[in-house]
Design a protein around this ligand. Structure first.
Ligand code: 13P
Length: 259
């Protein structure tokens, strides 16, 4: 089944409001001729850069996401941001459970699940990140780790809600290291993720779900990765911070896309 390509840039803690605006001004001109019917192009800047990026992206084919969301509607949670706050700004997507949040900020499958429910309640489209560490891959535990993350992260999520969720598979050992999973290794894992979703939600739902690859994806490897049957796009870190690189990546991914 052909799923629409989805390429999202995770800017992480990069780009001030002014820098983000400049990047989107450049990017929107570079991708202006790409039909939104073929690919969803998303940028996910830091919270403080959302407003200037939303303004710059207006009327273009670039959509905007945040990098985190708190599960409560409001309250005494210093430093956190609620779904209503994001929604009011005009944010459409939100990344949840990125491995850097799991590694450095104590994110667990349980908090991923709470944030996911908050995103759905606020009509935001969640991008849920999962992925194994190097030692887990080397000891043959990849599928078990992913199954645990999926089962915990997606606890109590209905099939109707599942259709609104994007999964990003990001092997931790490939993030920012220049080491990409080969298209074959990535596909084998994506296939496993889709089979998990098929068992839990049935084939009709699982076939609709966009599963992105993330981890040192760039303009050189995007086409080969995306040409795999179960790889429907990418969540891009470093290569999304330069308009020309991100545009080249999108164009090359389009060559590999079945859609
Ligand atoms: P890099 O593309 O820099 O490896 O980062 C991937 C990532 O973590 C995207 O969320």
């Amino acid at each position: 089944m052909a799923r629409k390509l989805m390429i999202a840039g995770n800017w992480k803690m990069n780009k001030t409001a002014n820098e983000g605006k400049a990047l989107v001004e450049e990017l929107k001109n570079a991708v202006a001729d790409i039909c939104p019917c073929k690919v969803d192009i998303i940028v996910c800047p830091p919270f403080t850069t959302l407003t200037s990026v939303l303004e710059a992206a207006k009327g273009s084919n670039i959509k905007v996401g945040a990098q985190n969301i708190h599960w409560a509607e409001s309250g005494a949670f210093t430093g956190e941001i609620s779904g209503a706050m994001l929604k009011e700004l005009g944010v459409e997507y939100v990344i949840i459970g990125h491995s850097e949040r799991r590694q450095y900020f104590g994110e667990t499958d349980e908090t991923v699940n709470k944030r996911l429910k908050a995103a759905l309640a606020n009509d935001l489209k969640p991008i849920v990140c999962i992925g194994e560490m190097l030692e887990e891959r080397e000891s043959g535990k990849t599928n078990d780790v992913l199954a645990t993350q999926l089962a915990g992260g997606l606890a109590d999520i209905s099939a109707a809600d599942m259709e609104k969720i994007v999964i990003a598979y990001e092997p931790v050992w490939a993030i920012g290291t220049g080491k990409t999973a080969t298209p074959e290794v990535a596909e084998e894992t994506h296939k496993y993720i889709r089979s998990f979703l098929t068992d839990k939600y049935g084939k009709e739902v699982a076939d609709k779900i966009v599963i992105q690859y993330g981890g040192s994806m760039n303009d050189g490897n995007a086409e080969a990765l995306v040409s795999q049957a179960d790889i429907d796009g990418g969540l891009i870190g470093g290569a999304s911070l330069v308009a020309a690189k991100f545009t080249a990546l999108i164009n090359n991914a389009l060559k590999g896309s079945a859609c």
